[in-house]
Ligand binder design. Sequence first.
Ligand code: FES
Length: 98
Amino acid sequence: MFRRSERARQPGRCVAIRLDGEVVNVPDTLSVAAAVLHVHGWRGYRRHLDGTPRAPLCLMGVCQECLITIDGLPNRQGCLEPVREGMVIERQGDDPHG
Ligand code: FES
């Protein structure tokens, strides 16, 4: 399925982001969605209303399963946003308004 690129596996190319209030270092080659998956795994991205996990599906801007709050703006497509140093990311539930 998906594999991390050779560049992403090289050490020393990381940025610090704040994910749900916690500072984490992630490779600078990742999208926001990939960074959250990198930290929390696919079961930790979002939840359906019944509590079952849901996660980004297409990683190319089609499915909308990656909606996330970035720098205070809710419902951003995490798969289309590259991570940046100091970015503030908050995972969302299923409330469409964040
Ligand atoms: S993962 Fe499908 S739109 Fe982002």
